[in-house]
Design a protein around this ligand. Structure first.
Ligand SMILES: Cc1ncc(COP(=O)(O)O)c(C=O)c1O
Length: 362
């Protein structure tokens, strides 16, 4: 079977996969309540929050949209630094929600420095700052988030984070001053797709309790409903993807057993092998600033070679990677190193890449 080196979904460890074949239980019964309690506790440790974690049915976008539609009110001013496709989507969902969105755009592979963002927050007075932790479209990990969130939160700005492809693969903590963060099952946690979640800090939970979710939020994205159901009944308001949650429970336990820090290191080690070896074959990392190169998705410029051709020839050799997105579609390859991959798999991909590049260059 071909190995997935995609930016998600990712290869799921066998034990995690098989756990999803257990029989379905009622989501209004004690077994499910036990499962949800176990899951939310485990996820809270990974997000490092003493607030709540709400589990939703759906992909990463569901969690990002729920965060945007539940925690931002129409008319609120939101700053969104845009350093890739998922930043653009975050800005778009906030604009649809009725927020007054200001974008700070950069070139692909770059991101604005914290001082630029803080300067804008200071001069124009914002209610919220929305950031992508790990920009999957360019392989950029916005590691300045820690310092930035601390300072922005001290200014009374709510910091909302999409950590869809960061959680479990990049260092992260809600306690850095983050109001809320969204992620999902099928990236660095290495579970099958189908579940996503929003983690809130204590202050955000209290605010949700006090103010509820703004009107007109579609019920499925309304986090105050998830809060009430979790608090009063230990359940989700709507039917959850029960068998995916069995797998997610195993995946979360696995990450906690290895340790979140060790999980981050394992991703960093696989990615750094690529950053070290692929430039020798002529592929340059898209992100120039080495301290911002992602642990979970490594992106390389393909020069005069077509990314789609490289992808196709690697596929013939049993390795599935991704090309760039949007304007980078045929000039960038993206290699995900999340999921059930070994050091040997990474070495195998590099050897196959060498063959493919030789073939295309000759
Ligand atoms: C950073 C980021 N945000 C949001 C999404 C959307 O997630 P999904 O495709 O699971 O809806 C992705 C998907 O790759 C992502 O990488």
């Amino acid at each position: 079977m071909a190995k997935l080196f995609t930016p998600g979904p990712v290869m799921v460890p066998r034990g995690v996969l098989t756990s999803s074949s257990d029989q379905v239980v009622s989501h209004r019964g004690p077994e499910f309540r036990g499962l949800l309690e176990h899951l939310t506790r485990g996820l809270a440790r990974i997000f490092d929050t003493d607030g709540d974690v709400y589990v939703l049915s759906g992909s990463g976008t569901t969690a990002v949209d729920a965060m945007a539609w539940s925690l931002v009110r129409p008319g609120e001013k939101v700053l969104v630094p845009v350093y890739g496709e998922f930043c653009r989507r975050l800005a778009d969902t906030l604009a649809r929600r009725g927020a007054k969105v200001t974008r700070l755009d950069t070139m692909p592979g770059e991101a604005p420095e914290p001082d630029v963002i803080l300067g804008e927050l200071e001069t124009s007075g914002y209610d919220a700052l929305a950031l992508v932790h790990n920009e999957t479209s360019t392989g950029l990990a916005y590691r300045w988030i820690r310092e930035l969130a601390r300072r922005a939160s001290q200014m009374g700005v709510k910091v909302l984070v999409d950590t869809v492809s960061g959680l479990g693969g990049e260092e992260f903590s809600i306690r850095w001053g983050i109001w809320a963060a969204a992620s999902c099952s099928h990236k660095a946690l290495a579970a099958p797709p189908g579940a996503s979640f929003v983690a809130l800090g204590r202050e955000a939970v209290e605010d949700l309790e006090k103010r509820g979710t703004p009107n007109l939020t579609p019920p499925i994205l309304d986090l105050s409903r998830y809060r009430v159901f979790l608090k009063n009944r230990g359940e989700t308001p709507f039917t959850p993807p029960i068998t995916v949650l069995y797998a997610l429970r195993q995946a979360v336990d696995r990450v906690l057993k290895i340790g979140v820090e060790a999980s981050v290191k394992a991703h960093a080690s696989r990615a750094s092998t690529l950053y070290r070896k692929l430039p020798r074959l002529g592929l340059k990392p898209l992100v120039r600033e080495s301290g911002l190169r992602s642990n979970t998705v490594a992106a390389f410029k393909t020069g005069r070679l077509k990314a789609s051709k490289i992808k196709e020839l690697l596929e013939d050799r049993g390795f599935i990677i991704a090309t760039g997105m949007g304007e980078l579609r045929d000039s960038v390859v993206r290699i995900g190193v999340m999921g059930d991959l070994t050091v040997e798999d990474v070495e195998g991909l590099i050897a196959a890449m060498e063959e493919v590049l030789d073939q295309l260059s000759s």
